[in-house]
Design a protein. Structure first.
Lengths: 221, 334
């Protein structure tokens, strides 16, 4: 389980954030002693840091710079209520991996966190689903040397379902994921794409593997 | 300062002098002097009088002509005093000192107001920073509740509008022009409006926006978000489309935001960028328009050196075109 450290001084926000993250299956650590924040962070040894800019004692940007100067290369997402471009540019130049302004869409936040973890892991150029090999970048699925083509939409839907295999994927989260990938499709188009994907999986010999749960979402068996 | 007007102004001196000359001549006659001596003394006195008068005239003319000349040619008239040399005669000195004093006083007042405005701006920025914390908490707490989220988004948008209003009304420019990817900026706008677009079944299309633009990403995001929000607000009842298209040319990039909504009437069109102008659409809608959105877009575009134009036909379409100039070509309108 990945460890995420929240560096945020507003208590309510911190609690809600840790609530959201632990519900999404992360181990959540919380920094409460801002006096020795750098040493505390190094002691916690998290996999990812969510860092607010406006924190007591040391400004988040400076803290980030100090961490990077000490060769702490933990990925950092800046969470801030400042929407000045200069803050974003400064944070990125100090070594932040992403920059999100408050109030943030929870789904998008989770997606961005997930993106960073995905980038950290050794990226395979293919995913596996039973005896299917899926190449997301090429847009093809291979079964017994036979190639099946998926459109960009279908591929994104399939990989998202696959990454959450066995659990119900909320239709809204799936939508956010697609929009976050520059695919601005509407409800009807999503339904159409899912049924096309079902059709293609059927051609590959997988029948009824995508289950619709009324009012909840989809499930890949 | 004309000689004739100057002399007219000195009429009292002429009168006194004439009386003096008459008394002088009578006096000299009474002394039984020869007429040639009388004429000589009179002529000499008259000459001295005119020498004094003309000397005074030319000395003053130099100062006052310079004063008027600079007054009419100066763009910022309050700088007048800085452009003048201190005159060497009494009335001039008095005028100079008065102008200087008035100027200083005005200056103090202006800097006091400027400080006040700056304080106000800082307070607003701080306040917005603060209010975003509970907004962020509420967004997380209500993440399952679509209706609450939508209301929260409305608050967020309104709060943001104040922030940009304060920023664009102020002299100091806290933006940063840099190369940004247009796609990313549009994606942020799309994600912000995703729930509305889906709930209202509006087709959102983006075409050819994988372009680099020289702008401030946050400001441009705000501008495009205002326009898209308007498109959502004034949509048609069915088959609504919002389409954002980028176009790259040698000197500039244009972004066209098209919608097939209610449109703007011809009489309203030239005034939509005016402050607090609400127009026909803004007044008839259930949620009243503040008339600030497009005004802010225009102001921010001016500051960034972008151009913004609007075209529309009632019940057919509205098209907003933003032109972003490439390196070296943008001229900052201030």
């Amino acid at each position: 389980m990945e460890k995420i450290l929240i560096v945020e001084d507003d208590e309510t926000l911190r609690d809600e954030l840790s609530n959201l993250l632990s519900n999404s299956g992360y181990e959540v650590l919380v920094l409460t002693d801002f006096k020795n924040s750098k040493e505390e962070i190094i002691k916690f040894n998290p996999d990812l840091i969510l860092l607010d800019i406006n924190i007591p004692y040391l400004n988040g940007e400076v803290l980030l710079k100090n961490l990077r100067d000490d060769k702490v290369n933990t990925p950092v997402i800046m969470l801030t209520s400042s929407n000045k471009t200069i803050d974003e540019v400064l944070s990125i130049s100090y070594g932040a991996d992403d920059y999100i302004t408050k109030p943030y869409n929870p789904t998008i936040l989770l997606l961005r966190i997930n993106n960073i973890f995905k980038r950290m892991k050794k990226s395979f150029d293919y995913l596996e689903y039973d005896d299917l090999k899926i190449y997301p970048n090429k847009g093809i699925v291979v079964k017994d040397e036979e190639e099946f083509y998926l459109t960009k939409n279908e591929m994104l839907i399939f990989t998202y379902l696959l990454n959450n295999r066995g659990s119900i994927v909320n239709r809204d989260d799936l939508m956010s994921y697609l929009w976050n990938s520059d695919l601005y499709i509407n409800d009807n188009a999503l339904t159409v794409n899912i049924s096309r994907l079902r059709g293609k999986l059927y051609d590959m010999g997988y029948r009824d593997v995508i289950v619709t749960r009324k009012g909840e979402g989809y499930l890949l068996k | 300062m004309k000689l004739s007007t100057y002399l007219k102004d000195k009429l009292y001196a002429f009168l006194i002098f004439t009386i003096y000359i008459i008394i002088l001549i009578l006096f000299l006659i009474a002394l039984k002097l020869t007429s040639s001596i009388i004429i000589f003394i009179t002529a000499f006195t008259v000459a001295v009088f005119f020498i004094i008068l003309f000397y005074d005239y030319f000395r003053k003319r130099k100062f006052y002509e310079e004063l008027l000349d600079k007054l009419y040619s100066l763009d910022k008239k309050y700088l007048l005093i800085e452009m003048l040399l201190e005159p060497n005669f009494l009335e001039g000195k008095i005028l100079y000192d008065v102008l200087d004093e008035v100027n200083k006083n005005e200056h103090d007042l202006i800097s006091k107001l400027k400080n006040k405005q700056e304080d106000f701006k800082e307070y607003i920025e701080l306040w917005i920073h603060e209010v975003k914390l509970p907004l962020a908490s509420l967004t997380l707490i209500n993440r399952k509740d679509k209706n609450t989220l939508r209301e929260l988004k409305r608050i967020e948008d309104d709060v943001e509008q104040i922030l940009y209003y304060v920023r664009c009304e102020n002299a100091n420019n806290d933006y940063l022009i840099k190369e940004w990817n247009l796609d990313t900026i549009i994606k942020n706008v799309a994600l912000r409006n995703k729930d509305d677009l889906l709930a209202l079944d509006i087709d959102f299309k983006v075409d050819n926006c994988n372009l680099k633009v020289l702008t401030d990403s946050k400001w441009l995001e705000f501008i495009i978000n205002q326009i898209v929000s308007n498109s959502i607000k004034y949509k048609k009842d069915k088959d609504s489309i919002i389409e954002i298209t980028g176009e790259d040319s040698d000197d500039f990039v244009t972004i066209t935001i098209y919608d097939n909504g209610k449109g703007i009437s011809k009489s309203d069109l030239p005034r939509v960028f005016n402050k607090t102008f609400t127009g026909n659409n803004g007044r008839t809608l259930s949620s009243k328009s503040t008339g600030m959105g497009l005004y802010l877009c225009k102001e921010l575009c001016n500051k960034l050196g972008h151009k913004i134009e609007i075209d529309s036909k009632v019940n057919e379409y509205t098209k907003v075109i933003i032109t972003i100039y490439k390196k070296g070509l943008y001229n900052l309108g201030g």
